[in-house]
Design a protein around this ligand. Structure first.
Ligand code: ADP
Ligand code: MG
Length: 245
């Protein structure tokens, strides 16, 4: 079976900073893969390489078996960037408008939407449990709710894989659990393969199928390694607190 995503011996530098060195990673259909690692270890950079926003200095990135530069079917990949849950009161769009924008096709100066856009928005909101908020201004929602809306926006183009960059920053413990249950539901009932960057080693361990760890000092550590196999001491060092299993 062709992997959905494959990175082979990838190196990436920002001017003088070596962000990724010799990183290899495979994501297969149905996986729910968590990427963990300390701040600055290259997690967001890794996602940008997968999205083709950055090009590796060395190594290869393949999407659905094709080199990323030749892969044109953008709708296959849904992406929610870091900090997409921080719209403050000045931002005028409603939840409906935010989710619908995931369907926009630009013709000249105008955005066009399919005729059944409203049904599609509703279905996407139902899949993240946010249908009751459709007419609310996005800025009136909590960080966790905004994150769900942006996931709905990513899901509306019917991607095969969802890339999420630290979606639970600023979400409290209780909402975090229900957030991960929602992701598990997408993974198991909607056949969405998930690649998630997170610091919630403990909370996420119940949901994921695999975990990969990035560490700039020891470089890639744990190729789709099971969480159980990671030494507690290593995790404690990274996160500054004991990790419950
Ligand atoms: P993470 O998401 O794991 O916190 P990043 O991928 O954002 O890590 O960053 C990896 C390293 O690259 C860090 O040292 C960071 O400071 C550096 N870096 C990230 N983006 C840029 C950039 N646009 N220009 C220069 N250095 C950057
Ligand atoms: Mg990051």
């Amino acid at each position: 079976m062709t992997p959905y995503i494959e990175l082979k011996n990838v190196n990436y530098f920002y001017e003088k900073t070596e962000a990724l060195k010799d990183v290899s990673l495979t994501v297969n259909e149905g996986d729910f893969l968590a990427i963990i690692g300390p701040n600055g270890s290259g997690k967001s950079t890794l996602m940008k390489l997968i999205l083709g926003l950055l090009k590796p200095m060395q190594g290869e990135v393949y999407l659905f078996g094709k080199p990323v530069s030749e892969f044109k079917d953008r709708a296959c990949i849904g992406y929610v960037s870091q900090k997409s849950n921080s719209f403050n009161s000045g931002f005028p769009a409603t939840v409906f408008e935010v989710v619908r924008s995931g369907l926009a096709k630009k013709t000249g100066l105008f955005h066009r939407y399919p005729k059944d856009a409203e049904q599609q928005v509703k279905a996407a909101l139902i899949s993240v449990g946010m249908q009751a908020y459709i007419n609310r201004p996005i800025s009136a929602l909590s960080g966790g709710q905004q994150q769900r809306v942006f996931i709905a926006r990513a899901l509306i183009s019917k991607p095969k894989i969802l890339l999420l960059d630290e979606p639970t920053v600023g979400i409290d413990q209780q909402n975090m659990q229900s957030f991960y249950r929602m992701l598990t539901h997408l993974n198991t009932h909607h056949d969405i393969t998930i690649l998630l960057i997170t610091h919630d080693v403990d909370a996420v361990s119940k949901s994921i199928s695999h975990v990969a760890c990035l560490n700039r000092t020891i470089h890639f550590h744990g190729y789709q390694q099971e969480l159980e196999q990671l030494p507690d001491q290593q995790l404690e060092e990274w996160y500054g607190h004991p990790v419950r299993r």
